[in-house]
Design a protein around this ligand. Structure first.
Ligand code: HEM
Length: 224
């Protein structure tokens, strides 16, 4: 076993802040939607707007951090080991198979995470922010001129924003399950809290996608 630093301080702050804000936005948003009453409608709108402003500020800092540190490259999609990762989540995990992709500071995300997080970053979050802002600055007297093209009707904005909210809630639920699927049940959570993860010291081992097992590398000096 060796301890590897996976997440730095900003990354952990950004992750937990984002999680808290999105969960709070989902709760207040669903109250605005009419799913339940907790704060009361007006208060829920006020809290939702305040949390949205904090989220947008956080997004600006996160974009800056991703580009200045080169961490945006973590999200470049890859098809290498994608099939192996899908097999792992569908079946391997229930047989105690080895993780097909080992994490380190240069590659923190497995191929599925790369695709899903990229989708959130370039699609879902921008849709939530832009539909949220359209919602926030919607001016009723001006709406008549825009109704003709449909997309700026408040109803379309609300439907898009609500759809995005459901996608994010589904993501959070799946994410909670996937947190438990690291090397041990608590290792992913521990890494995101402390920054460090214990991983097996197995430089001499390789993943065999056919057997989904970790195998010891053949020693080149003795194979011929
Ligand atoms: C920067 C991001 C966001 C902004 C600017 C924003 C803004 C708004 C605004 C202005 C409203 C309407 C409030 C009213 O009726 O007066 C709203 C509603 C809502 N928001 Fe957000 N929001 C954002 C992010 C989110 C996120 C991340 C979620 C959920 C995960 C969410 C879920 C909802 C829901 C479910 C509604 C109710 C939609 C309806 O039934 O019409 N929002 N948002």
């Amino acid at each position: 076993m060796k301890s590897v630093k996976i997440y730095n301080r900003f990354e952990r702050f950004w992750h937990w802040m984002q999680a808290a804000l999105i969960i709070f936005l989902a709760m207040t948003g669903l109250e605005i939607h009419g799913s339940f009453t907790f704060f009361g409608y007006e208060q829920a709108v006020r809290y939702h707007s305040t949390a949205a402003v904090f989220l947008m500020i956080l997004i600006v800092f996160a974009i800056f951090w991703h580009f200045t540190t080169g961490n945006w490259k973590q999200y470049l999609p890859t098809f290498e080991n994608l099939r192996a990762q899908i097999d792992f989540y569908l079946t391997g995990i229930f047989r105690g198979a080895a993780h097909p992709v080992k994490r380190d500071v240069l590659s923190k995300l497995n191929p599925i995470q790369r695709l899903v997080y990229l989708g959130l970053k370039i699609l879902v979050i921008p849709i939530m922010v832009s539909s949220g802002l359209l919602y926030m600055y919607y001016r009723y007297p001006q709406r008549e001129g825009m109704v003709g093209i449909g997309i700026f009707e408040l109803k379309s904005v609300a439907v898009l924003h609500t759809l995005g909210a459901y996608i994010l809630i589904a993501f959070i639920i799946t994410h909670l399950y996937l947190i438990t699927t690291g090397q041990t049940v608590g290792s992913n959570l521990k890494a995101m809290i402390t920054g460090w993860e214990d991983i097996e010291d197995d430089d001499d081992k390789v993943y065999n996608p056919k057997t989904t097992e970790i195998e010891v590398k053949a020693d080149e000096t003795t194979t011929n």
